[in-house]
Design a protein around this ligand. Structure first.
Ligand SMILES: [Zn+2]
Length: 164
């Protein structure tokens, strides 16, 4: 890939809805696999729309940390995280990087990563950063450590938004 200033990384719904810029549209192989499972796109048509790039482990681990800290980690799929990892890596390579998705959790983490987050649908234009606090509804345990189950009593943790 050549040096370009503005790049766009798309998740599955963004591609299906055709939320593309004229050039420099990127995604991950996991997104392409997901599209192939749920939609009937001609593969050559799809390849003309978006270019598939590899994401690196370091970037993935950074994204994971930020997603755990924001409280979004457990509602994101591995495919979602791959989109963020690729975008994070392109940003670190000096590109002005936008992420297009209709997923609030994905875009929330994108914002925390300093990416330009683009909401594909316009259902709720008042998008804000949210920090989620995870808690145990049974014993009252409260810590956002990226856990899904209470370490004290084993109950599934729930989450609520807290102000930044
Ligand atoms: Zn508990």
């Amino acid at each position: 890939m050549m040096k370009k200033s503005h790049v766009l990384v798309l998740d599955t719904p963004a591609i299906i809805k055709g939320y593309l810029q004229p050039t420099f549209n990127y995604t991950t192989q996991l997104v392409i696999n997901e599209i192939n499972r749920i939609a009937d796109f001609d593969p050559s048509y799809l390849m003309a729309l978006v270019e598939v790039l590899e994401f690196d482990k370091d970037s993935f681990n950074q994204v994971k940390k930020v997603a755990i800290d924001s409280g979004d980690f457990w509602v994101l799929s591995y495919t979602d995280l791959s989109v963020l990892a690729l975008a994070n890596q392109l940003k670190q390579q000096g590109f002005f990087t936008s992420v297009a998705s209709d997923d609030y959790a994905l875009l929330n983490v994108a914002n925390f990563l300093g990416l330009n987050a683009l909401m594909v649908t316009n259902k709720k234009p008042d998008f804000r950063l949210i920090k989620w606090r995870w808690y145990c509804p049974v014993c009252g345990y409260k810590k956002t450590l990226g856990l899904k189950v209470c370490p004290e009593c084993g109950s599934p943790l729930k989450r609520s938004p807290c102000k930044l």
